[in-house]
Design a protein around this ligand. Structure first.
Ligand SMILES: [Zn+2]
Length: 416
């Protein structure tokens, strides 16, 4: 028999959610949930996680970036580790499940092994990454990069919104800024990386399914677009004589939307639109906006980008304005390991959950870990319409319990 009979899904899930709530009390703000890297609340959350890891039979260490790493030794000491985890920082005014579920679910699985005094052939390491969102110093994947010895020293020159320098913040937390990535994890000691995360979208919710296997983490690019026309008096310049930068930008924005609707897992978003010196009685002469385009298929995304920018040129020519685009972010898609996808799917089936595969539109620490080992991801349904990075974000106790059951199965299947 499997250990499934040990689980009361809802009860285990309620325990996980109680810990989500307990951790959420460690917030930088008394009114909303915000936990930024190395704040007092962040350090308190780290201490709490370390305590829970020790209770679950793990040896705990804190790395150079402040990540908390719990190791549950395998049958033979020093065995390769199945690494699993996620981040415990948040965006400002975020949702308390984002990241944290990917720490507390594996923690519950390890606690279950510990209760039964079971060891697996490999070690299990639960990594609570200290910073993924990068809200404090405008970084991304700071902790998982540092974990692998990748760190851009130029980041040390940055200051947070209160003017506190990067090095100063590290020293105040008892960490050595020069040693942030000085102890890189040897990929040869990692058997694989698997990350549990809330979906942060509505796909599983709309399908009525609690869990999903991630096939690929989408790649994406971000661009800054500048449209320059001619400003003029809103009352005196006839319509035929206008070179309205905002009207042109509006047509361009709709071009992004219509191209992104053509499938291939494409999504396209304009999230920022600025009218320079905009006022109600002046024809806009200068407009800037952002374009974010993503897909799990890099070729599909690149084709869409070419089409979108060709449309921008055509719209600009037709309207007598100029358009300039500048790319300021690019990341390629990260495929999840077919072997791990299959094991996760079998694990879901074993606990009675129908298998649904889906792409991740959001970035995760697994993208960084893919440089060192094969990666897999298990998504947990996000309630409240699929909203995330928002206080309305929810996960049910039953879904959290199913995630624990499925990941526990995965641990055993991975070992077999
Ligand atoms: Zn996250």
């Amino acid at each position: 028999m499997t250990a499934r009979h040990e689980f009361d899904f809802a009860e285990i899930g309620r325990d996980v959610l109680a810990r989500v709530d307990a951790l959420a009390r460690h917030s930088d703000s008394p009114v909303h949930y915000t936990r930024t890297w190395l704040s007092p609340a962040h350090r308190a959350a780290a201490a709490q996680l370390a305590e829970w890891m020790r209770e679950a039979g793990m040896a705990v260490r804190v790395d150079g970036a402040g990540s908390v790493i719990g190791r549950y030794e395998g049958l033979a000491p020093g065995a390769k580790a199945l690494v699993t985890g996620s981040h415990f920082d948040s965006v400002r005014n975020g949702g308390k499940y984002d990241g944290v579920v990917g720490i507390l679910v594996p923690l519950a699985c390890v606690a279950d092994l510990h209760r039964q005094d079971l060891r697996l052939p490999h070690a299990i390491e639960v990594v609570a990454f200290a910073d993924e969102e990068g809200a404090r110093f405008q970084t991304s994947f700071l902790a998982s990069r540092a974990f692998l010895g990748q760190f851009d020293p130029a980041i040390r020159d940055r200051r947070d919104a209160d003017g506190i320098g990067f090095d100063e913040a590290m020293r105040a937390a008892g960490l050595d800024p020069a040693a942030i990535a000085a102890d890189p994890r040897d990929p040869a000691t990692i058997a694989a990386y698997v990350e549990v995360h809330i979906e942060q979208g509505p796909v599983l919710l709309e399908a009525g399914l609690p869990l999903g296997v991630v096939t690929v983490i989408a790649g994406g690019t971000r661009h800054r677009v500048t449209v320059t026309g001619a400003a003029g008096h809103a009352g005196t310049v006839p319509m035929a004589s206008r070179r309205d930068a905002l009207a042109a930008a509006a047509e361009m924005i709709l071009a992004v939307e219509s191209r992104a609707r053509t499938g291939g897992g494409l999504v396209g978003t304009v999230g920022v639109l600025e009218v320079r010196e905009g006022t109600g009685n002046v024809i806009p002469g200068h407009v800037e906006f952002t374009v974010d385009i993503r897909s799990g298929d890099d070729a599909v995304r690149e084709a869409a980008e070419r089409d979108v920018f060709a449309r921008f040129e055509a719209i600009a020519a037709k309207r007598g304005v100029t358009v300039a685009t500048r790319r300021n972010h690019a990341v390629r898609a990260t495929p999840c390991s077919p072997r791990l996808q299959e094991l996760l799917a079998e694990s879901m089936s074993a606990v009675g959950v129908p298998v649904r595969r889906l792409a991740s539109g959001a970035g995760h620490d697994a993208m960084v870990m893919a440089a060192a080992t094969e990666v897999g991801m298990l998504f947990v349904r996000c309630g409240a319409g699929g909203v995330s990075h928002n206080p309305a974000e929810t996960v049910t106790a039953e879904d959290a319990g199913l995630a624990v059951a499925a990941l526990g199965e995965f641990f055993r299947k991975f070992a077999a």
